[in-house]
Design a protein around this ligand. Structure first.
Ligand code: IPD
Length: 263
């Protein structure tokens, strides 16, 4: 799809930051002998990727605001527009040498996400969308959510809370209700890609609590533009503010959200 100037800036920035991350990912294997040095190396790679993205995105649009996982927020002269960026979603996968991580870039305008890019550099899969223009993979593949409508044939994904998160009991209860009713649950460790996979029809749905806006801002637009539904787990909440999300194709949404909300 021939995207807008902003979308092209986002994809160019993602490809540039990805070059450094792919090189660093190749090094991670050599560092596995020392868990500490691998951890330090990956956090440096993450910070460096955010610096490249910031230079590219704010270089091209100097009046926009910024929210990044590593460097935090910064107001722009234009208070209506903001980049929301996760330079390395799936950090734990990256650290362990697993090729499932992504760069996530969203553009927010007046509180709405209007463009999103999720780039899986290890597999060279660029997922992207603009509001009203559909969702796409690489040069020309139009994304559509899956058409499966039976829970028992459906695959879902989530993130299982780690490191003492208070969301763990709720997620375990979700799993106990959902797993007997479906065809499988995946935990692949990169929320932006989980959303991109819902958009691509690879999973029927995804849910998670305790996320940050940079993990999901781009992916939620990609799901909506692929014909999917996205809501917060409490439907009264905003997805980005609450960091809780249910996303799926349309035919499964009612059944799936009932199972998750019955906690
Ligand atoms: C994490 C991933 C993971 C999700 C975590 C996030 P990060 O993001 O998206 O899938 O379960 O909640 O924090 O830390 O790798 O950018």
């Amino acid at each position: 799809m021939a995207g807008s100037a902003n979308l092209n800036i986002m994809m160019k920035a993602a490809r540039k930051a990805a070059r450094g991350l792919v090189k660093d990912f190749g090094e991670v294997e050599n560092l596995q002998v020392s868990a500490k040095s691998a951890g330090d190396f990956v956090s440096r790679a993450d910070i460096q990727a955010e610096a490249v993205l910031k230079e590219e995105l704010l270089g091209a649009r100097p009046t926009y605001g910024w929210l990044g996982e590593e460097g935090g927020g910064q107001d722009g002269q234009d208070p209506t527009r903001r980049w929301i960026v996760d330079p390395l979603d799936g950090t734990t996968n990256f650290l362990h040498g697993m090729p499932h991580w992504a760069i996530s870039i969203a553009l927010e305008h007046k509180g709405e996400i209007v463009a999103g890019v999720v780039y899986d550099a290890a597999k060279d899969e660029m997922f992207y969308a603009e509001r009203g223009e559909g969702a796409w993979l690489n040069d020309s593949k139009r994304l559509r959510v899956s058409s499966r409508h039976r829970m028992i044939e459906s695959v879902f994904a989530t993130g299982v809370p780690f490191a003492g998160s208070t969301d763990l009991p709720a997620t375990l209860k979700d799993l106990a209700r959902l797993m007997p009713a479906c065809s499988g649950v995946r935990r692949w460790g990169a929320a932006s890609l989980d959303l991109a996979y819902v958009a691509a029809g690879r999973y029927e749905g995804f849910w998670e609590r305790g996320l940050h806006s940079w993990d999901i801002a781009a992916g939620l637009l990609i799901v909506k533009e692929a014909g999917g539904f996205v809501q917060a787990i409490d439907p009264e909440d905003s997805v980005l503010d609450s960091g809780s999300i249910i996303a799926s194709n349309e035919p499964i949404f009612d059944q799936f959200s009932k199972v998750i909300r019955n906690s």
